[in-house]
Unconditional design. Structure first.
Length: 361
């Protein structure tokens, strides 16, 4: 009973800390001066790196053609595709769309660097090829104040019930990100929707320091911006949001999370590592208590599970409500049981070989 109480108290304090930090961020954002000059759409080039994504490109190009107020240019960077996707860019003379093909260098980071270098505008919006954006996306974008890096939201779309678990995982990571940004700074970002000042990007980017890692363009850029004391803004939930599909299977999900988990240690970010360690300690402690109570007192186990799930639901409700995904709270009790095992799987994946888009990481 002693360890049961210790866990509940410690876990509640941690969730309260996140809630207060997140609330502080909301208050701070509401007080931001609105007198700053916004970024104009003609100051933005959208850079979209891709590799063998013909189907995604067709969907994205159709969306782009329907934009009434487009940015200066959409620059697609082909990272040695072999599926014939480049044919989609024929007969686009009257569209603000251009195709840049990589020749000597390879990889998403090199593709983004090539695109940013080619851009003639002071700001570059980085997208992934598999995203979908709303009709009012660029109208919202034109209201943003200028910063060296603006982290924009990415939402994951679920087709099946089991994909809700993938959404919960991302939502909780975003919650920690918004909470820490409320009192200090963001710790993660997604390259699927990232607005960067070209001058700052070229000043801080250091591809040679992590060229041996195929993924992680977004994480390393954020870290370099922080180290250079650049102006970084984490935008509100649902503002300038893009939507992308969840991984199509549990295997694809674990591979994706393994990539994310692995590059975390390469960033040498003490704050991010501290959150990772706290998460791991809570997960392993919960798992150990479950095993002990299962053998010693199954009734107390059910009470323990119920109390933990109730605390999570109550203290996470404000964020999930703002995210417009309160339905995900219904699976938190089951997610809580899976989470410790999920962490163990991620830890073990660090010692295996990983690939991304046919290339070793």
């Amino acid at each position: 009973m002693f360890w049961f109480n210790c866990f509940i108290v410690a876990y509640t304090c941690f969730l309260l800390f996140l809630l207060l930090s997140y609330t502080q961020g909301l208050i701070k954002r509401s007080k931001v001066e609105k007198t700053a000059l916004p970024i104009r759409l003609e100051e933005i080039t959208v850079v979209i790196p891709f590799r063998d994504e013909k189907e995604n490109l067709a969907h994205l190009l159709n969306q782009i053609k329907d934009i009434s107020t487009p940015p200066a240019k959409f620059l697609f960077v082909d990272d040695h595709s072999s599926d014939g996707g480049e044919a989609l860019f024929e007969n686009m003379e009257n569209q603000p769309i251009a195709l840049l093909s990589m020749k000597d260098k390879t990889g998403k980071k090199e593709a983004i660097y090539a695109g940013v270098s080619q851009a003639k505008t002071p700001y570059v919006l980085c997208w992934d090829a598999d995203i979908t954006f709303s009709e009012g996306y660029f109208k919202e974008l034109s209201t943003l104040a200028k910063h060296s890096l603006i982290i924009l939201p990415v939402s994951y779309e679920s087709k099946w019930f089991f994909e809700w678990f993938f959404e919960v995982d991302v939502a909780l990571a975003n919650y920690i990100n918004h909470a820490n940004a409320g009192i200090h700074r963001p710790v993660i970002c997604s390259g699927a929707n990232l607005l960067v000042e070209k001058e700052s990007y070229l000043e801080v980017v250091s591809l040679d320091s992590h060229k041996h890692i195929a993924s992680g363009d977004d994480a390393f850029l954020l870290r370099h911006m922080q180290q250079a004391n650049k102006s970084i803004e984490l935008r509100a939930l649902n503002q300038c949001e893009v939507v992308t599909a969840n991984p199509s299977s549990i295997g694809a999900f674990l591979q994706q999370r393994s990539r994310w988990f692995g590059k975390t240690f390469m960033l040498k970010d003490k704050v991010l590592n501290a959150y990772g360690l706290i998460q791991l300690l809570f997960a392993l402690s919960f798992f150990a208590l479950l095993l002990f109570l299962f053998c010693a007192d199954p009734i107390l186990l059910l009470k323990f599970w119920f109390v933990k799930s109730l605390i999570e639901t109550v203290l996470l409700l404000p964020f999930f409500y703002a995210l417009r995904k309160t339905k995900l709270l219904t699976i938190l009790p089951i997610y809580g049981l899976i989470f410790p095992i999920y962490n163990i799987v991620l830890l073990s994946s660090l010692f295996g070989k990983k690939e991304w888009k046919g290339r070793p990481i």
